[in-house]
Ligand binder design. Structure first.
Ligand code: PLP
Length: 373
């Protein structure tokens, strides 16, 4: 068991002053913990008071290679010193090269570059509409999915809590229960142009597509001439131990949207290959699975453990928010989604010792809160 004091992080004068500035000048739409991070390296971050944390949720999944991976930092520094921004009216070598690397590792085809996951999904939505000149504009998406916060992607997100106060939504999205092929068939009409789905629900609780579901969608899309779009913003780019999550399922989409960890570009792809990180993910995932399954046996409050490479969900029989707080007190950063699923998106290069340490701290936090139920 890791020896670590469990106490709320200290709020020193620097942190207090940063929090005050936010209070005055930053819109308070996100809930923040009273911790001011100043530095990160691998799976560790440090706060302004000098406390060190183990981060099992680095950058909400954007820091796939941990904090400040040296080859990526170097590549970014070199590029911004040469050309910091180039509009789409000019050619630059790295953009073409990056598209080539992605194409060769997925299913061929071409890349459209934009700035975020939600924009990638907007582009996919436009593609569905453009393909039939707007004649078949309807898209089927799934309950529990999350596709982003701009209006099109938000409308595609079949979770009412994200729509509250923002209506009306963009027309043309129809929602089916996740995994239900019969419901999909029923929703299709002569205005349907596409299907948009996460191969593994991320925000929806780290839930993989049930057996046969993606294959079924592929068949429906082929039979009814629909565009099949996989949202791999969270599960793509090596996170699950394959380059792309759909490769785990053996089902190829027509379009795939990527973001988060993708933004580290060519340097990230090369680092994953040079350091054998796809194979490493599979080993680290087994370690997480063994440790978390053993926790499940000891703690009836743990209902289910889902490990898909470095995409991990621990479903609890009680609210997870107090566990996030109890973990923070043990200097461990984790996330809770859907109210009761502890979500971990660890860095691909997490070490076995860090996996052990993270599992010790998470187990202590869960047992602590379970004991209070
Ligand atoms: C599956 C999925 N799609 C889309 C998005 C939106 O991506 P972004 O925050 O880069 O706009 C997210 C973000 O968490 C996501 O998990």
């Amino acid at each position: 068991m890791a020896t670590i004091d469990s106490a709320a992080p200290a709020i020193g004068p620097h942190t207090r002053s940063v929090i005050e500035t936010f209070g005055r000048y930053v819109v308070p739409n996100y809930r923040r913990f009273p911790v001011c991070l100043v530095r990160g390296e691998g799976s560790r971050v440090w706060d302004a008071e000098g406390a060190e944390y183990l981060d099992l949720f680095p950058g909400w999944g954007c820091n796939l290679l941990g904090h400040c991976p040296a080859p990526v930092v170097r590549a970014v520094q070199e590029q911004v010193a040469k050309l910091i921004h180039v509009p789409n009216s000019w050619y630059i070598e790295p953009q073409g090269e990056w598209a080539r690397l992605l194409s060769e590792r997925s299913f061929g085809g071409q890349a459209f570059f934009c700035n975020s996951g939600t924009e990638a999904n907007e582009a996919a939505i436009k593609l569905v509409r453009l393909r039939t000149n707007g004649e078949r504009h309807k898209i089927i998406t799934f309950q529990g999915g999350f596709h982003g916060r701009t209006m099109g992607s938000l409308s595609a997100t079949a979770q009412p809590k994200y729509h509250e106060g923002l209506g009306p939504m963009v027309a043309g999205f129809q929602y089916a229960p996740h995994g239900d092929l019969v419901a999909v068939e029923r929703l299709i009409d002569d205005k349907t142009g596409g299907i948009l789905v996460e191969p593994i629900l991320g925000e929806g609780g780290v839930v993989p597509a049930p057996p046969g579901f993606l294959e079924g969608l592929r068949k429906i899309a082929d039979d009814r001439d629909l565009l099949l779009v996989f949202d791999e913003v969270q599960c793509g780019c090596g996170r699950t131990g394959e380059w792309f999550a759909h490769q785990r399922f053996g089902v190829v989409p027509d379009v795939m949207t990527l973001a988060k960890s993708l933004c580290a570009g060519i340097a990230a792809i090369r680092m994953i290959e040079d350091e054998g990180l796809l194979e490493h993910v599979t080993r680290a995932a087994e370690l997480f699975r063994t440790r978390l399954e053993s926790l499940k046996e000891r703690c009836p409050g743990v209902r289910a453990v889902r490990v898909l490479g470095m995409m991990i969900g621990v479903e609890l029989a009680f609210e997870g928010a107090p566990v996030v707080q109890a973990a923070l007190e043990r200097r461990l950063l984790v996330n809770c989604t859907q109210g009761n699923v502890m979500r971990l998106l660890p860095a691909m290069n997490i070490t076995p010792a860090e996996v052990e340490e993270g599992c010790d701290r998470l187990a202590a936090a869960i047992l602590d809160v379970a004991g209070r139920q």
